[in-house]
Design a protein around this ligand. Structure first.
Ligand code: CP
Ligand code: NVA
Length: 332
């Protein structure tokens, strides 16, 4: 069956079939190949997209802008403070205004219900650039990276360490269920994804051959894993006060050389980034001064090791976001 995603929103991978996800990764690989060869893909000339960022970003914003320009499109960036959104103008009104001027809208911000509301009223494709609950464009980049590095997706074991109940942990559980991969959340119980989403993913997994495991045991959870994945312990929008508890509860789930040695010999380390692995950031330094820890969710040794694919993963954000826009806006 041929896949047609023209006009479809990209809000979370739960809305996409495994075939559609594979189609997007294949398209991204093709667009990446064309980019490397210098082949222009500017077929979407004349179109414009709006980029709403209620939270900060390096990768996602740059990926959307570069990808849009490569496709021939214009971009308008609305920063976390510079628009009326949510303060003087409702999401529904904003959606109808932007939908009248732009062919597509990216949204990064808080609750998933906000991006759902934008999609309901915009009349043009809306793409989720990260919410509290999900980060679906990150998933496509990561799947492309895993395929490039390990050759295939089905049957691969991915262990997610740390805060598994937020956007990245949720997204990985959904993605593994869809793609027939083995997902393990390795975290204290309080950081497991919520039971309702686990049940939904279990039902999908039963169809695809995936498995979902939740464990507090680091050695059992990381044993023979093909991919060790982690993310920051305090996400954007969360208060600084939670650092003390997070460090206390999540430090045992830090990705270090012991974890990597316990994983498969060919295992790769992944992180959506930004990462706290040294003292070269403002927050990293503040945490060090307060808690005496120089490395947080991942040690510098692992981050800089040959097993770490984080920078290729970062580049793939652009190719995969390009694929999402191309597919939903009718690139041929
Ligand atoms: N991984 C990711 O979304 O990075 P940014 O916050 O820099 O966009
Ligand atoms: N969990 C992180 C992901 C950043 C890409 C956050 O929401 O801040």
């Amino acid at each position: 069956m041929s896949v047609n995603l023209v006009g479809k929103h990209f809000l979370k991978l739960l809305d996409y079939t495994p075939e559609e996800i594979t189609y997007l990764i294949d398209l991204a690989a093709d667009l990446k190949d064309k980019k490397k060869k210098g082949i222009l893909v500017d077929q979407l000339r004349g179109k414009n997209i709006a980029l709403i960022f209620e939270k900060t970003s390096t990768r996602t914003r740059c990926a959307f802008e570069v990808a849009a320009h490569d496709l021939g499109m214009g971009t308008t960036y609305l920063d976390p403070t510079g628009s009326q959104i949510g303060k003087k103008e409702s999401i529904a009104d904003t959606a109808r205004i932007l939908g009248g001027m732009f062919e597509g809208i990216e949204y990064r911000g808080f609750e998933q219900t906000i991006v759902d509301e934008l999609a309901k009223y915009a009349g043009v494709p809306v793409w989720n650039g990260l919410t509290n609950e999900f980060h679906p464009t990150q998933m496509l980049a990561d799947l492309l990276t895993i395929r490039e590095k390990l050759g295939s997706l089905k049957g691969k074991k991915l262990t997610y360490m740390g805060d598994a109940r937020y956007n990245m942990g949720n997204s990985w559980m959904v993605t593994c269920a869809k793609m027939g991969m083995h997902f393990t959340a390795c975290a204290p119980k309080a950081y497991f994804p919520n039971a309702e989403l686990v049940a939904e993913c279990d039902a999908i997994a039963a169809q695809t051959g995936a498995t979902i495991t939740l464990t507090e045991d680091v050695m059992a959870g990381t044993k023979a894993a093909d991919v060790i994945y982690t993310d920051v312990w305090v996400s954007m929008g969360e208060p600084d006060e939670v650092w003390a508890t997070r460090i206390k509860e999540l430090l045992p789930y830090q990705v270090n050389s012991k974890v990597m040695k316990n994983a498969a010999e060919s295992a790769i380390f992944m992180h959506c980034l930004p990462a706290f692995h040294d003292l070269k950031t403002k927050i990293g330094k503040e945490v060090y001064e307060k808690f005496g820890l120089a490395e947080l969710e991942v040690t510098d040794e692992v981050f800089e090791s040959a097993q770490s694919v984080v920078f290729e993963e970062g580049e793939n954000r652009m190719h995969t976001i390009k694929a999402v826009m191309a597919a939903t806006l009718g690139y041929k």
